[in-house]
Design a protein. Structure first.
Length: 312
């Protein structure tokens, strides 16, 4: 079987697939149109987020048996159309779930203890102790929306704290020893912290809007390490200004391009983003929650293992 690699990854991916007897070609620079012209020669291809895999692309891939996505989600692929063509879709959420869980916890603790604000002040010669008095996580209720690989990883990290962990998920019976599954209404009545761990779907797009935010009984903290499209930034900013959202840790933003490699689709910076970057109770990171030294290797290994299990 011939595999085309469209993005650079950990070298074990190529090395182990070579050892398994696959023929591996690499093309990290050609345009999408140039790839389309030769994709019919391949049984599979492996991609991160270089471009979207749409119907036209899949129609050109006449001999395709699988697509490997070195990442957690498959939103850059027309999954329904690929499945209709009996193409195996292989993602690797197991590979970066630990990284996402740790990043989520890091953001939350940084917000609670005002670490980013305090760090900047000390560097500028300001020694403001009372102004940087933090709050403790113990005794709080943390609500998770989405309880798959990422949500479960975060819940596991929270076991060392005296917290209540609740989750809402469309799938039934996903709760475990780390988390109690509840209705969305019950989560909104009790949560002090909301953390998103959902894929990008029609249901999750613009999910966190003004109505959703105002349905929470308490003022709450927001962590989003999932997908930027889930949060309406203008409504988030409004909630921050009015204190309904006490602070936010955002690894993802709705302004990102689908490749996740760039922030804005044009050079115009939205007004809401200006507010976020100047807010002392907002922490931002560039879509790197699952982007660790260890996860790079784990993601590649997960893809190899799944290809081996299916095609060897």
């Amino acid at each position: 079987m011939k595999i085309l690699h469209l993005d650079t990854n950990h070298p074990l991916l190529l090395n182990q697939l070579n050892d398994l007897g696959f023929i591996n070609d690499e093309d990290y620079t050609s345009s999408k149109e140039e790839i389309e012209a030769k994709i019919h020669n391949y049984d599979g291809f492996i991609i991160r987020s270089r471009f979207s895999v749409d119907k036209n692309f899949l129609d050109k891939a006449k001999n395709l048996k699988f697509i490997g996505r070195v990442g957690a989600g498959l939103e850059n692929i027309d999954c329904d159309y690929a499945t209709s063509k009996n193409i195996e879709l292989i993602a690797a959420p197991e590979g970066n779930r630990n990284a996402v869980g740790e990043h989520s916890l890091g953001m939350l603790l940084s917000l609670f203890n005002k670490l980013n604000k305090a760090d900047k002040e000390v560097r500028n010669g300001k020694w403001l102790r009372e102004e940087n008095r933090g709050i403790e996580l113990d005794g709080k209720t943390v609500g998770l929306i989405g309880y798959g690989n990422m949500g479960k990883s975060f819940a596991k990290k929270l076991r060392g704290f005296d917290v209540n962990v609740l989750c809402y998920d469309l799938k039934p019976n996903v709760g475990d020893e780390n988390c109690i599954q509840v209705s969305l209404q019950e989560l909104q009545e009790n949560a002090d912290v909301l953390s998103l761990h959902t894929p990008q779907t029609d249901l999750t797009k613009n999910m966190v809007n003004a109505n959703f935010i105002n349905s929470f009984k308490k003022n709450f903290w927001l962590i989003n390490t999932a997908r930027g499209t889930s949060v309406v930034t203008n409504d988030l900013v409004s909630a921050l200004k009015h204190g309904k959202i006490l602070g936010a840790g955002l690894d993802v933003l709705e302004y990102e391009k689908s490749s996740f490699e760039n922030l804005f689709s044009d050079n115009k910076i939205p007004e809401a983003f200006h507010y976020l970057i100047n807010s002392q109770n907002v922490i931002l990171s560039p879509h790197v929650a699952g982007w660790t030294i260890e996860s790079k290797e784990k993601l590649a290994q997960t893809i190899v293992d799944k290809i081996k299990a299916k095609f060897c």
